[in-house]
Design a binder for this molecule. Structure first.
Ligand code: CLF
Ligand code: SF4
Length: 297
């Protein structure tokens, strides 16, 4: 099951369901993913997000540093030596992958060298409508869009602002723009043959009774898989307790009516490398290298 043997089939959904650890429950512990932390900045501010750079925390948004895009192909090659089961190269932060050109540049370069690997993007969706076609051309076959609400009033409680059209937009206008563009991006990506997953951060008292609406609307737009991530309380939402197992189970049950629900998410760091939940080579891969320090610029 070496990566070089992974073929790019015509039935994309079937192939992805056979070899992508985050898009198929059956293979979640057989195949690996490599995250390239090339995207530092973000174009929105979620109220629960506190991006930091360290080597000890295991949660999304955390990375030991930023990888220079020019070092991406070499990093993939080293990662495949460490973990030949890697089938997926993902860009999932620590900031927003579509807030700069770095992710697209890296996908193009890695796809040219390793056309058998699945390119995987995680995004907040704000710029997805503009980028969907280029991403598909760059070999991206799976896209995850984080959708935390499809009701503008609820989204205002989750996001404080977006940077859009040269403006810092807040309030109802912000929510309407973000939701509209997420839905458009999902429809476009799915229309291009990309398999779309939706991630929702489950926030007690804010969107726990809204999961069914999110699953239905994103499913209608073309999303095929749904992943519910329990809130890690921090930043402006540090006072909210994380959801308990009963709330998580209820949320998954309500989503299942509309889309397939993924249960094996490991809340990966932005520089994860290996089989999720089985092994992690990120310290060996990135630890010894002088990685640039983060700067919002
Ligand atoms: Fe990475 Fe995300 Fe692609 Fe997977 S992770 S960009 S879809 S290759 Fe997977 Fe990690 Fe959960 Fe994400 S276990 S946090 S769902
Ligand atoms: Fe943080 Fe991602 Fe939200 Fe940006 S989109 S603020 S990186 S959680």
């Amino acid at each position: 099951m070496g990566n070089a043997a992974v073929e790019t089939g015509t039935d994309k959904t079937l192939k992805i369901s056979q070899i992508h650890p985050c898009f198929a429950s059956e293979v979640h512990n057989k195949y690996g993913r490599l995250h390239l932390p090339v995207s530092a900045s973000c174009n929105i501010q979620c109220r629960f997000c506190n991006r930091v750079f360290n080597r000890h925390e295991d949660r999304p948004g955390v990375t030991s540093g930023i990888l220079h895009p020019g070092n991406a192909v070499r990093t993939v090659s080293r990662a495949l030596e460490l973990c030949p089961q890697i089938t997926v190269v993902g860009i999932a932060g620590p900031g927003e992958a579509l807030a700069s050109d770095a992710a697209l540049e890296v996908f193009r370069a890695v796809h040219r060298t390793y056309p058998g690997l699945i390119m995987c993007l995680s995004t907040n969706g704000l710029m997805l409508p503009e980028r969907a076609e280029e991403l598909a051309e760059a070999g991206v076959r799976t896209i995850t869009v984080t959708v935390n609400a499809v009701d503008p009033a609820i989204l205002e409680k989750v996001v404080s602002f977006i940077l859009f059209g040269g403006r810092r937009v807040t309030g109802r206008e912000m929510s309407e723009i973000l939701i509209l563009r997420q839905m458009k991006g999902i429809r476009m990506a799915s229309g291009l043959g990309v398999t779309v997953k939706v991630n929702t951060v489950l926030i007690p008292g804010i969107n726990d009774f809204h999961i069914e609406d999110i699953a239905r609307e994103t499913g209608d737009a073309g999303a095929e898989i749904y992943n519910i991530i329990p809130l890690i309380p921090q930043y402006e939402l540090a006072h909210i307790a994380p959801p308990d197992c009963a709330m998580l189970a209820r949320a998954r049950e309500s989503a299942r009516k509309y889309v397939e629900v993924f249960h094996h998410c490991r809340h990966c760091r932005a520089d994860a490398c290996g089989i999720p939940g089985e092994n992690d080579f990120s310290r060996r891969l990135y630890g010894g290298e002088a990685i640039e320090t983060f700067s919002h610029g």
